[in-house]
Design a protein around this ligand. Structure first.
Ligand SMILES: [Mn+2]
Length: 351
């Protein structure tokens, strides 16, 4: 039997508010989810597990209808979900009064945190959030009840304020597989046994690395899982080193080339390092407008030519400052001190 494990879809999120691609990202998250459901159907999976935060916030009725329609297109797959800290079961949540397609099972469960599928030989357990934060280690107390050969736990959290847990306690709990959600970076905590699927799409600029879902097979040999990358875009850190000869336009050209190489669809976090010439100051507004730049930080330092400084600022405080460092090789620390002092003096001149 094949099963799919996804988490943290965050439907309804519009990442990078205020950036030109924000609305499009919102649509892309929905499209990614649709594609995943199509894949689940094509591979005739027995189970589709969603480990919390299907929605970024409280779901709207019309959104639940859309999601339910999509689930109804894979009637041979049992869909099991829990609510996470983002889409937690508020008292007036639409989740509570929605009537789902026959193949959809929500573990909203106060009394019965388990659903059984004898035809698959599987039982799925889970706990949903009824508030934003839960500090009790609830998963330490839930044990499989040997109802079916395959016993799966759907769990959401793992940090201090979201149902903290000890990996070794979960490992010893007796579940065949623990499908985790909440942490957006995919990670296997115990081989073929405990794993975070990670967010289907990156939801903010700190969600670096690949994103997608987990595909599993359950058979004679037990369980085997693999991570499947599926996100349409990634946030990519882009460090770039400048030198004395670098100009605004040469830097822009280099950045455009780098971003094309790494994929023009991705979103970039540019970090400028190295040294720039005296008088060069990079125009960060222009760099932000190069397209798909999420962030641009300039950490480059000025290279000061001491002789021309003294000539240029004869009779000023700058000349006497530079003179103190003149006529000898500076150590790395002295050079740094000199540059910081120069930057302070230059900044005070501009005021
Ligand atoms: Mn979460």
């Amino acid at each position: 039997m094949k099963f799919f494990h996804a988490a943290d879809i965050h439907l309804g999120a519009e990442p990078d508010k205020g950036f030109p691609w924000s609305k499009e990202r919102g649509r892309e998250i929905w499209d990614s989810f649709r594609r995943l459901i199509r894949q689940v159907g094509e591979e005739k999976a027995g189970l589709f597990l969603i480990a919390g935060d299907l929605f970024h916030r409280q779901p709207l009725m019309k959104e639940l209808k859309e999601v339910n329609y999509l689930f109804s297109t894979i009637p041979d797959t049992k869909v099991v979900l829990i609510a996470g800290n983002h889409d937690y079961l508020k008292r007036e949540s639409c989740y509570r009064r929605f009537s789902w397609a026959e193949n959809v099972f929500c573990l909203w469960g106060e009394q019965e945190p388990c659903v059984e599928f004898p035809d698959l030989g599987a039982a799925v357990y889970g706990i949903s959030y009824d508030r934003k934060e839960i500090t009790d280690p609830l998963y330490h107390h839930i044990r499989p009840q040997r109802r079916q050969p395959l016993e799966i736990l759907l769990a959401h959290g793992g940090d201090r304020t979201h149902i903290p847990f000890d990996r070794s306690v979960l490992e010893r709990s007796g579940f065949s597989y623990i499908a985790l959600g909440h942490i957006h970076k995919p990670e296997v905590l115990a081989k073929d046994k405990i794993a975070y699927a990670g967010a289907l799409e990156p939801i903010d600029k700190n969600d670096l690395g690949p994103h997608g879902y987990i595909k599993g097979v359950y058979g004679n040999g037990g369980i085997r899982i693999e991570f499947v990358p599926a996100a349409v875009r990634s946030y990519i850190p882009l460090p770039v080193k400048v030198k004395e000869s670098t100009t605004q336009f040469s830097l822009e050209q280099a950045l455009v080339r780098l971003m094309e190489e790494k994929g023009r669809n991705n979103l970039y976090r540019i970090l400028i390092k190295g040294e720039h010439a005296m008088g060069t100051e990079f125009d960060m507004v222009r760099i932000m407008k190069l397209g798909n730049v999420r962030e641009a930080v300039d950490q480059s330092h000025t290279v000061y030519d001491r002789e021309s400084l003294m000539r240029q600022y004869r009779g000023s405080l700058i000349e006497s400052y530079v003179k103190r460092f003149d006529g000898r090789e500076l150590s790395a620390t002295e050079e740094k001190a000199f540059v910081y002092g120069m930057e302070a003096l230059m900044a005070s001149r501009e005021e």
